[in-house]
Design a protein. Sequence first.
Length: 66
Amino acid sequence: MSDNHGNTPAAWTAVVVALVGFIVGAAGLMLDPISYTIFWVGVGLNVVAGILFIAMAKAGLNGSSH
């Protein structure tokens, strides 16, 4: 088990970007008529969040600070 429990810059950045992605995607689905373009932008932001986490973790921003 990790000592930092996910409290790292890489984790927080990925979570914030993913949350924005979910909000954008949900907003696209709530519009009348549904905007699939906005929905897919939200999905894309979630993919970017995963890639961003991996890149930041490889850059050393996912280690413990103890």
